[in-house]
Write a protein that binds this ligand. Sequence first.
Ligand code: ZN
Length: 505
Amino acid sequence: MSARPPELTALHLRMAELSDLHSLDLLLFWDQQTVMPPAGAEARAERAATVARVVHARESDAELGTLLETLVDWAESEDPDADDVRLVHWARRDFERSVRVPVELAADITKAKSLGQQAWQEARAANDFGRFRGALARHIELRHRYVECFEGHEHPYDVLLDDFEPGLTTAELRPLFQGLREALVPLVTAAGRPDQPRNGGVFHGHFPVVDQQVALLDMLEAVGFDPDGWRLDPTVHPFAAGIAPRDIRLTTKYDEGDLAVALYSGLHEFGHGLYESATDPALFRTSLDTPVSLGVHESQSRTWENVIGRSRAFSAWLLPRLHASLPGALPDVDATGLYRALNTVQPSLVRTDADETTYNLHIILRFELELALTEGSLSVDELPDAWDEGMERLLGVSPPGPADGVLQDVHWGAGLFGYFPTYTIGNLMASQLWERLSADVPDVEQRIENGDFAPVREWLREHVHRHGRKFPPRELLRRVTGSELSAEPFLRYLREKLADAGVLA
Ligand code: ZN
């Protein structure tokens, strides 16, 4: 082992500054989504643009490049698992990605993003795909120019995936999603009942927001929400913001007619927040102090929302708790009935309303269409028909119009391609991790039923959370489970649960 080079101290100073800037940027976003008065939007856009400019300048600073070059030999002579060696690796990757994209192209992409979101909003409100057509074509053109900035990829879509799920390739994803599709379509046909309400309707009723807040916080504090280091606010689109390990901000939305909306989006965001709260303090204010990918992040939210939140043990724990915190709620159901209701399958039009079984088919459709648009085998004009055909083929439903069809998600409006697959990657990883967790904590179901969530939190911290961005997603999964990304554990879990809940005869 060689002596610690002075360049490493200089790198740490730069990474701390970048980590602070990213955190400030997130704070501006959180503030805008939760408490900023609407009239503040214009001034806020200026402030946010300045932060983004400073971040880009720091990330692509030539002096940073020189610093990193001088550290390459040192890093190669050290333990490859040392925090600082991994820091040099990720800092080099981030630097190379930021200098490859010309400033003008980055500016064009930013501009197209805001124009595209605007066009998408108008098109969706008017239920008219034609109004979004031009913006989408522009996004696709810009994505092609973006891909051309990079070398050494087998498929152009690999470059887009890499921004959200480092290392994942189209060659790997295509057969994985194909196998998942071939297993899920017959499963949905066997278990699905399109006419039944979401969650069997057991959460329907009238629940004033103030009462829901009490019940939600009661549940979240029991699973691990720490009032001294976390907060919860209402928003239109729920999200979690990890400002710092002891400053975790969850948001949720309330539907006074459906209690499940707040409870389950709350559990989902709790999973994201827990991940961000448990990074190793030694990584704080380095570029390793963030989650490693959207897929791994989503695996954590889905673990709490679905794997735990829709289990038999959790249903048995939750029901009396809800009866105590929200008197009069769910009067006609017992724990077995709740468990069954939480796992009902109903093919539906809108991804964000989808149950756990049909959800991934929504993602697979988007992946297939994105791939065809990227390869050029599908034109923007053909997209609405291809969407409707796909919904019919995969889920047996026909959208009445583009607003609840091809225009339902904001992602394409913002030019985000390669993002959707990470939702399904998260679902698959959650099952892979849970198989390992259950082997390590054999009485986990009993613990959950008793309301003892500490063993789950501790296992996730030890095996996933504390590493932050130290290990790439594929390596992390291999280290924890010994396996590659696979759909089998998820399918096994789903079939067993649907049969156990009496949803699948
Ligand atoms: Zn999420």
